[in-house]
Design a protein around this ligand. Structure first.
Ligand SMILES: CC(C)(COP(=O)(O)OP(=O)(O)OC[C@H]1O[C@@H](n2cnc3c(N)ncnc32)[C@H](O)[C@@H]1OP(=O)(O)O)[C@@H](O)C(=O)NCCC(=O)NCCS
Length: 194
């Protein structure tokens, strides 16, 4: 698959507005219980685990986690965890997670990953631009945070391309294969879309 956009160090807000005008090969949809096997497989891929401390989880636990999620809750200021599956030409390619830390203050954190075959083709920036403006403008989210290992250059590039700003270093933030790993903290504010 060809890259879906040109490289740019600028957030591409114009694309945010135009991307839904025609059907794009990249789509996002709310996660379904039947996606549980996909998530289990994805979580096991070495490239997905490279910078993230993901554990093997039983299928039943993944399915139970998905069963508690309802995207409708997001717009009713309820619930604490939401996930979307990214599809490329109707094939499931990866996921985006949103964890709400505090409803009162509008704080949440996003995480994301693509299956190995879909990485490096511009899919994730595209998928995030389908979600973030909608999230910031339709829900009461004021601040979306994201953390990534300082060595995860692809993740950093994605965050910067969709408008996140780097706010600092979280020293020794996660334990990854026995070593504490520094992370960058990024954030995108609702005001960035207004
Ligand atoms: C990180 C990830 C989400 C990026 O999504 P993507 O759709 O592959 O990203 P892109 O194709 O837009 O690439 C982003 C940039 O990183 C660069 N890049 C991609 N892979 C890279 C790598 N292994 N090392 C360095 N740079 C890399 C690309 O060249 C691109 O740079 P450019 O915009 O200047 O051309 C995806 O690679 C992935 O799922 N990785 C495994 C899981 C993960 O690390 N998740 C994030 C946890 S915070």
């Amino acid at each position: 698959m060809k890259r879906l956009h040109k490289s740019s160090s600028q957030p591409y807000r114009i694309k945010v507005m135009t991307v839904s005008a025609v059907r794009s090969p990249v789509q996002i949809r709310p996660v379904r219980e039947s996606d549980a096997p996909l998530f289990r497989n994805w979580r096991g891929e070495p490239s997905i685990r490279r910078f993230q401390p993901l554990r093997d989880l039983p299928l039943s636990q993944i399915r139970d986690d998905i069963a508690t999620q309802s995207i409708d809750d997001l717009y009713r200021s309820r619930g604490d965890r939401f996930q979307w599956v990214i599809e490329v030409d109707d094939r499931a390619a990866g996921w985006i997670t949103l964890v709400v830390g505090n409803w009162e203050h509008g704080l949440c954190e996003t995480g994301f990953a693509l299956s190995t075959a879909f990485q490096g083709q511009g899919v994730m920036p595209h998928a995030l631009t389908l979600l973030l403006p909608e999230l910031c403008l339709r829900s009461t989210r004021e601040r979306v945070e994201a953390r990534c290992a300082v060595r995860n250059q692809a993740s950093r590039r994605v965050l910067e391309k969709v408008g996140f700003r780097k706010e600092g270093v979280l020293r020794g933030y996660f334990l990854l294969r026995g070593k504490r790993v520094d992370h960058y903290l990024y954030a995108l504010l609702r005001d960035d879309y207004l």
